[in-house]
Design a protein around this ligand. Sequence first.
Ligand code: SF4
Ligand code: SF4
Ligand code: SF4
Length: 368
Amino acid sequence: MRLHFDAGLCVRAKSKSSNCTKCVDVCPSSIQIVDNLPSFAPSTGIQAAACVGVCPTEAFSLSDFSVTEFFFHFLASKVRLISSGVNIPCISVLSVEHLIALALASDEAISLDLAGYEKGSTLLGHIRTTIEEANFILSSFCDKQLEINFVDTPMETQTFMPKQEEASRRDFLRNASLKGAIKQKKAFDDEVNAQMLQQFEIDGTVIAKIKNKQLPDKRKILFTALKRTNTPKVFEILPQEEVSFVSQKYINENCTNCQICYRVCPTGALSSDSKFSLIHFDAMLCVKCHLCHDVCEPHAIGLQSGFEIKEFFEPSQRVLAAFSVKRCNECGNYFTYTGGEQICPRCMTEEEEAFFLHHNAKKMRGEE
Ligand code: SF4
Ligand code: SF4
Ligand code: SF4
């Protein structure tokens, strides 16, 4: 089983300003940043599987195991124990979203077997933190919880889940459409070959993918599981630092409407209208990749202190900023108008440059 990386899905490929290091933080011994993109040795196997679970945009995957397929197959089976080396390569491939969705979609309680992990290891600590976050979020709107177990299943019983029927998965995901969500399905099987430390280049295919807005499968799975859950009577607000995979935002008056954040947002959580006169935000499309914050020069975009659980059940699209836009008298394009001449910044710069050149030429001819 090998680790695959799809550079076109990594937020670092979308902007050199990205500071995302979630994959490196969870597995510093295997993954490092080279030329602004994650790199790993070709021998890297499933010991680095935690990067699959933490990557907000699902840029990492495994060659012979699909987490999405596992989700459907596990629910269809009678087993309610998830055990590393038995029905999953490593529990760390499951994100908080997968765990919440599994707990919601199962009628019986699900146990996670942690017997195979070294006590005190970073990996075990990471898995425990992921389960704790899932349970914390579940406790805010239902009484379901994931259980931790130490079963120590013998290795000879290893049976990774076979592939699930495509049809049932498609049926499930079909209901996952959200306003503004991109329905395109990610193929998990991009092959990566290299001799030394893997390095990834931004070529034509990657550029095409970078421009795509794509909602990760784990978010579609979570949203669909939530749609089948009873709406709580009271909606709690959770501290934003306790929720790692989704966020709510504000934009302050320093925003210049430079358009960068909503152009680079990988999922379409941030968007605008045809005149670029406002900035919309769909919290349920946000994967908390932090890219919009990293690219915003005036630091105008920020995280709300609390995440409203209401978004899980009644997703909203909020207007974070609105601008007065006018057509430029020179080029006819819309621009953010802040007073004065009705000329866009680009035409204004061109006009100033032309003016400077004209006077320079006059000076050289001794006419000034
Ligand atoms: S987007 Fe994923 S692959 Fe890229 S740096 Fe972040 S965690 Fe790593
Ligand atoms: S929030 Fe920042 S990045 Fe987004 S449009 Fe405003 S200034 Fe630009
Ligand atoms: S809104 Fe920001 S943090 Fe959320 S997905 Fe878009 S770029 Fe990432």
